[in-house]
Design a protein around this ligand. Structure first.
Ligand code: 3H9
Length: 712
């Protein structure tokens, strides 16, 4: 056995097969030096008389997770991008021309450039647990190393279009059925890959993906599939560029030869990688990972394993939280005060799962297994054995305090006591438990079993271990945890109040409900502010406002529109009552604009002495986004969010803020902080002193800085 080591890539020969091992932890990304070292190792293996075939494999837990995402930041001009991509394409063609059978052995992930390297090999074998994918659209780019040209040649245009536009990886078994992977290896991957490679060498077989034509021979139906997916994307990927560019590149694969198609891919890649959309999405990729780094909670802080949980309150939120635990395989007690409330909650949970089953996204067996993890109860029996309790009772301080006093008494002294409150003071709740160091906010977003965000609210006394455990638990639940401070509304709802304030005021000033919602969906939101409230319930906001009034507080500085209160008084709570900001036909969720609501807004405008006018869509976006960024700046300078990126992560994952805009703070940076500041000042002149620039915004704008430093 001979061995050559080049740091990031090792080579040795085993049983007449050269084994090239990529060793670039943590995910074997194709950072500087890695592609070069792979090419050199393959060349050497081709020249090595002691090897008849070559296997490319990853060290550690994965094959290759793709290009190093940091590298894209260095691309400043189109020429640089074109040149770099051309070099990668040339490299992969050379790999494909290897004179000995070249086999990629895949475990973990073969993503992006990782799959592209694998497709430039002659064959691919994988363990069943591996997955392969082209996730580039999640970074605002398209596959840039031949993926859009080789993938359709292996699996046909339909699956290639799906993989390159939704970015979701596919499992090895599906990839095998589709032709992306040639064999599934049972047992040891390297042993299986060696056997496979030796057999190809013995048969004298080598297959270059770029020569394959069968799967793309039916050009007409391929082009029709491109047309169809563009129509779907026009609805589902509003405002995004990359998914459409991916379709264009795959269409080029169907209508041009390999080299011309590759040139098209290189050009489209360059357009995408330099776009603000890609910058925004790359920012979020790193911000979502950075959110788990808390300066005063070191990485090695012990985290309590969560194996048994309890949820108190079986309403909409409590039920959704119990589902999130059950989905993650954690047994959960679900407690409510009486059997009737419990039965109601359980019926909703069952209906939710049944709907998932009816859509083919879950098997009935999996549903029964998951449901069996939820144990309903009307007592605290079993609470002595849980690792965590999540309180999700009605948003009322006295009720929450009473609940915490009870759970403090019945749970182990080191159990985590979490509150799902969205606005109430965590410290006050914590004091009632008798164990404030164990208390923390776990603010889920509705529907709690679906939305990715977990806002983790640290109280004055919360122990670092409880914070570390909460972050780890968020990952276990498939969520992104963001640690925030204990201010009114925390980060998410504190800023939302400003978003809604502007929406209400714009309505009074003359924009219609549907104009405002359409402007925001055009910006990229899945649903506008009024459509969203009709889903969440106008009664929910009304209750919070009542609570605030009695405490002598307001949610956001500035005029408080009474239009939402008027709707509440009319019994218009939203979709659940068939009318809210819109009206709904029985059994339908289609939003039908209702002139009555605009008439109420006009009446209230007259009461406040506001002259109504035609408002351009650009003003709607500018006012709402400026209000968000200005309040975000306050949150940041007051220390309730650790980083601007955390605010972005909260908004994208909690409220459907469009990913391709990077979040409210990133968007402000991309508009330019001097411009954002100028808008605040202009609005102050136009609308009143409640528009006050946040000191941090003023400071950064005057220094030429940004909220994100050099990430923006
Ligand atoms: C591409 O390939 C373009 C090509 O078409 C053409 C090019 C010419 N780069 O997520 P985790 C880091 S575009 C740099 O916590 P997991 C990550 O930041 C790329 N860094 O682990 C984190 O660092 P830290 C297409 C990367 O087990 C650490 O690794 N590929 C990269 O939950 C662990 O990551 C993708 O989009 C990278 N490519 O999930 C795949 N990947 O510890 C992106 C990871 O300092 N990656 N890091 O915070 C993923 O989806 C997940 O990381 C993966 C593992 C599923 C692989």
């Amino acid at each position: 056995m001979t061995a050559v080591s080049a740091g990031l890539v090792r080579s040795d020969v085993r049983d007449r097969v050269a084994v090239i091992t990529i060793d670039n932890p943590p995910v074997n990304a194709l950072g500087a030096g890695v592609p070069e070292a792979i090419s050199e190792s393959v060349e050497r293996a081709c020249d090595d008389p002691s090897a008849d075939a070559i296997v490319l494999i990853g060290a550690g837990t994965t094959f290759i997770a793709g290009a190093d995402i940091n590298v894209f930041r260095q691309l400043k001009t189109r020429e640089q991008s074109l040149e770099r991509s051309q070099a990668v394409h040339t490299r992969l063609k050379k790999l494909e021309d290897a004179s000995k059978p070249l086999v990629a052995a895949i475990h973990g992930h073969a993503l992006g450039g990782g799959l592209e390297f694998a497709m430039a090999c002659h064959y691919r074998v994988a363990v069943a647990s591996a997955n392969v994918g082209q996730p580039e659209v999640h970074l605002g780019i398209i596959p840039g190393a031949g993926g859009t040209q080789r993938l359709p040649r292996l699996c046909g245009p339909s699956l290639a279009l799906e993989m390159c536009t939704d970015g979701k990886p596919v499992g090895a078994c599906r990839a095998h059925e589709a032709g992306i992977v040639d064999a599934i290896v049972d047992g040891d991957l390297l042993a299986g890959a060696l056997t496979f490679a030796k057999a190809r060498a013995a048969a004298g077989e080598r297959r270059r993906t770029r020569d394959l034509q069968d799967r793309i021979a039916d050009r007409e139906s391929g082009v029709a599939a491109c047309r169809a997916i563009r129509a779907t994307l026009a609805r589902t990927a509003r405002g995004a560029r990359a998914p459409f560019a991916a379709v264009d590149a795959i269409e080029a694969c169907l209508t041009m030869d390999f080299d011309a198609g590759s040139r098209r891919e290189i050009e489209l890649f360059a357009d995408c990688v330099l776009s603000i959309e890609s910058k925004a999405m790359r920012h979020l990729f790193f911000a979502e990972r950075e959110a788990s780094r808390i300066p005063d909670v070191p990485k090695d802080t012990p985290a309590r394993p969560i194996t048994r949980a309890a949820v108190v309150g079986a309403g909409t939120m409590g039920g959704g939280i119990a589902m999130a635990y059950a989905n993650a395989g954690i047994p959960v007690l679900l407690k409510d005060v009486d059997q009737q409330a419990l039965d109601r909650g359980l019926a909703v949970i069952r209906r939710n799962y049944e709907s998932t089953v009816s859509k083919g996204r879950m098997t009935p067996e999996a549903m029964n297994r998951t449901l069996a993890r939820i144990t309903p109860t009307t007592s605290y029996e079993g609470f002595a054995d849980v690792d965590i309790v999540v309180e999700a009772v009605f948003e009322n301080m006295d009720l929450k305090k009473g609940t915490f006093a009870e759970i403090g008494a019945v749970t182990p002294s080191d159990a985590i006591l979490a509150s799902n409150t969205s606005t109430l003071d965590i410290d006050e709740i914590a004091a009632a438990s008798g164990r404030p160091a164990q208390v923390i906010g776990h603010h889920f977003f509705s529907p709690a079993n679906v939305m990715k965000l977990l806002e983790i609210v640290r109280g004055r006394d919360t122990r670092p271990e409880v914070i570390a455990s909460s972050l780890k638990l968020a990952k276990q639940l498939g969520k992104i945890g963001v640690v925030v401070g204990n201010c009114f509304g925390f980060v998410a709802n504190r800023m939302l109040a400003y978003y809604m304030r502007e929406a209400y005021l714009l309505l009074e000033e003359g924009a219609s409900v549907s104009q405002i919602d359409t402007a925001l969906t055009g910006f990229g939101y899945p649903v506008g502010p009024f459509g969203m409230q009709d889903i969440a319930g106008i009664d929910v906001g009304w209750r919070i406002r009542q609570h605030l009034k009695s405490a002598g507080k307001t949610r956001a500085e500035g005029p408080q529109s009474v239009v939402p209160d008027r709707l509440y008084e009319m019994g218009r709570y939203g979709q659940k009552t068939g009318a809210g900001w819109y009206r709904y036909e029985s059994g339908s969720r289609t939003r039908i604009p209702d002139p009555l609501v605009d008439a109420v807004a006009a009446e209230e405008a007259a009461n406040r002495g506001v002259t109504r006018r035609t408002i351009p869509d650009e003003e709607i976006i500018a006012r709402i986004m400026t209000a968000l960024a200005n309040e975000g700046a306050r949150v940041l300078e007051e220390g309730f969010a650790i980083r601007a990126g955390d605010i972005d992560v909260v908004y994208v994952n909690g409220f459907g803020y469009p990913r391709h805009r990077g979040g409210p703070m990133f968007y402000a940076d991309s508009v330019g902080l001097p411009e954002v500041l100028a808008r605040v000042k202009e609005y102050r002149q136009q609308f009143g002193d409640y528009w006050q620039p946040a000191p941090l915004l003023e400071k950064l704008a005057s220094e030429g800085g940004t909220f994100h430093g050099d990430a923006a």
